[in-house]
Design a protein around this ligand. Structure first.
Ligand SMILES: *[C@@H]1O[C@H](CO)[C@@H](O)[C@H](O)[C@H]1NC(C)=O
Ligand SMILES: *[C@@H]1O[C@H](CO)[C@@H](O)[C@H](O)[C@H]1NC(C)=O
Ligand SMILES: *[C@@H]1O[C@H](CO)[C@@H](O)[C@H](O)[C@H]1NC(C)=O
Ligand SMILES: *[C@@H]1O[C@H](CO)[C@@H](O)[C@H](O)[C@H]1NC(C)=O
Ligand SMILES: *[C@@H]1O[C@H](CO)[C@@H](O)[C@H](O)[C@H]1NC(C)=O
Ligand SMILES: *[C@@H]1O[C@H](CO)[C@@H](O)[C@H](O)[C@H]1NC(C)=O
Ligand SMILES: *[C@@H]1O[C@H](CO)[C@@H](O)[C@H](O)[C@H]1NC(C)=O
Ligand SMILES: *[C@@H]1O[C@H](CO)[C@@H](O)[C@H](O)[C@H]1NC(C)=O
Length: 471
């Protein structure tokens, strides 16, 4: 974690033991495709393989020109996105489409230098870890799959994958006829969106999930933690009460612990689904409400507050009751998201400012400081971020020239603050899900889905169908 509160698009705070593929239900062939390491060089012909998942079982075999539904893979193992994006499969069944999930370079098993990819003594290995190289991989893969045929290809993605889907349509309109960009915060970049929005939305989710004492208690907890941690005996108590994997010893440990809690709140808001899930961690239905249940009474004193916080946080860290300890330093590799890869991207192009004001949120006050942020990136990866690169390449708020993109956003998702909530023209569609968390619409349909999600999926399906028919 760097200067910003939260510099990971999807997640840093994993609950240990989240074995997400346990939910596995979709099937596919796993294939590989060879791509140039550097698409933009005519001097080098070095190449490596990216993985993709392929299923053409829904295709009507008499139709040689079946649509392709192409998921533009994001920051993690692609199998995990395939299992968490049921809508793509459901719609493919209806439209008799081929389903392809492509793995993002530098993630999962698509590593350009194998196990040496992230070797810190070879920072030059990170040179080809960009959005543009990735989109070029996808363009080549689709061209290969089309095999000379003109086919309607639709891009899909959620979160950073949704950003990629939208940018893919903007840059390669001759390759994809349209894109569904679910919860894609393409405006979460410097100069486009106020840095405090993410934490404001999270706060309001916690304020309204049960009662307002929840966010008030969390707001008071920071000082309570600091007070208790000011003595060695207090540090021991915290280590014990919260079942910390690494004992709290230093000021840095305390900072790591409190930063972790901030990430947990963001993750809970993102994964605040109407049914139990194991998206970011195994969680009950409406986990924020569950957590807030333990914080529904304003604590009488700091001791009581700390005790309630311990029960509350277990909703995230220990829903299964099998988490041995709270891994606030995120040192154990337990989930499918790759925070290491994402941290690298946030040190080259994905510069997303975050800040908070304790007077109107439940967070500690923090400021956005690009210089500090850059220094940390350089120290860690020998990378100097380019904060305006994405705006330069993709236009920031100037989306007038875009077409055939659906931007869907759940208003309970903290990332919606950086989402496209107003359509720039009639060919770009904005779909708002008032009760939606992070790309809820991209998940499989579920009996507990609120009506707005069902509506959103129907609209998305109708628009995509129209694109295909027009093609
Ligand atoms: C593709 O998905 C269908 C439907 O879930 C399944 O029956 C089939 O086995 C899958 N194909 C492959 C190659 O896994
Ligand atoms: C790369 O280019 C060099 C020079 O043309 C050639 O000798 C070599 O076989 C090429 N390597 C690959 C993997 O294509
Ligand atoms: C990183 O690269 C150096 C130099 O080639 C090598 O000696 C070292 O073993 C590598 N580190 C890891 C963790 O693979
Ligand atoms: C959700 O709850 C159901 C019923 O209690 C259970 O069978 C299922 O395993 C749970 N799923 C997850 C992801 O926790
Ligand atoms: C908040 O907590 C206080 C003190 O425990 C309690 O009296 C009050 O009813 C709570 N507020 C709500 C809205 O429940
Ligand atoms: C904190 O409040 C609880 C509940 O009101 C009470 O039992 C306890 O004695 C108080 N502890 C301190 C240290 O004031
Ligand atoms: C999770 O719950 C189990 C069973 O109650 C307990 O032994 C373990 O310490 C808890 N872990 C954490 C991190 O709270
Ligand atoms: C925080 O919010 C308060 C009240 O809205 C305002 O007076 C203050 O200037 C803000 N602080 C920062 C650092 O933005």
């Amino acid at each position: 974690m760097f200067a910003a509160l939260c510099c990971v698009l999807l997640v840093l705070a994993f609950a240990p033991g989240s074995k997400v593929l346990a939910e596995e239900k979709f099937q596919y062939a796993i294939k590989e495709f060879t791509v140039p390491l550097d698409h933009y060089s005519f001097l080098s012909n070095t190449s490596f393989n990216i993985r993709y998942l392929y299923n053409d079982s829904y295709v009507d075999k008499t139709n040689p020109d079946a649509p392709i539904f192409f998921y533009t893979g994001n920051e993690g193992d692609i199998e995990w996105f395939a299992q968490n994006s049921g809508f793509v499969w459901e719609l493919a069944a209806k439209e008799h489409a081929v389903v392809v999930f492509a793995e993002h370079r530098y993630y999962g098993k698509s590593l350009p230098y194998g196990s040496d990819t992230f070797n810190t003594s070879k920072p030059e290995h990170l040179a080809y870890f960009t959005v543009e190289q990735t989109l070029e991989d996808y363009a080549m893969l689709i061209t290969f799959l089309r095999n000379g045929r003109e086919l309607p290809v639709v891009a899909f993605g959620g979160s950073y994958g949704g950003m990629l889907a939208a940018w893919f349509r903007m840059k390669y309109p001759h390759i994809v006829i349209g894109a569904l960009a679910a919860s894609a915060p393409i405006l979460q970049f410097p100069g486009l969106t106020p840095c405090e929005i993410f934490n404001r939305i999270t706060t309001s989710v916690f304020e309204t999930a049960y009662n307002a004492n929840c966010s008030a208690n969390i707001g008071k907890s920071w000082k309570a933690f600091e007070t208790l941690a000011s003595t060695d005996a207090g540090k021991l108590q915290l280590t014990d009460k919260f079942h910390l994997c690494d004992p709290l010893k230093t000021a840095d440990d305390l900072k790591a612990f409190l930063d972790y809690l901030e990430e947990v709140y963001g993750n809970l808001a993102m994964a605040n689904y109407p049914y139990n899930s194991s998206f970011l961690a195994p969680l009950p239905a409406y986990p924020v409400r569950q957590l807030c249940y333990y914080l529904k009474d304003l604590a009488a004193n700091e001791t009581e507050l700390i005790n309630s916080m311990a029960s509350a946080l277990a909703v995230y860290t220990n829903y299964t009751g099998t988490t041995p300890c709270m891994d606030y330093k995120n040192t154990r590799d337990t989930a499918n998201f790759d925070d290491h890869g994402w941290n690298i991207q946030s040190c080259n192009q994905m510069v997303m400012p975050f800040c908070a004001n304790s007077s109107d949120t439940m967070y500690r006050t923090s400021t956005w400081n690009l210089k500090e942020y850059s220094d940390k990136c350089f120290k860690k990866f020998q990378l100097t971020p380019k904060p305006y690169d994405i705006v330069l390449r993709y236009g920031g708020r100037n989306l007038e020239a875009a077409s055939n993109i659906i931007f869907s956003n759940g208003l309970l998702d903290p990332w919606s603050g950086g989402g496209v909530l107003q359509a720039p023209n009639s060919e770009v569609h904005v779909i708002i899900l008032p009760e939606g968390a992070h790309h809820l619409d991209l998940r499989s349909s579920h009996s507990a889905d609120p009506p707005s999600v069902k509506d959103a999926r129907e609209k998305e399906a109708a628009i995509i169908k129209q694109w295909i028919e027009k093609f």
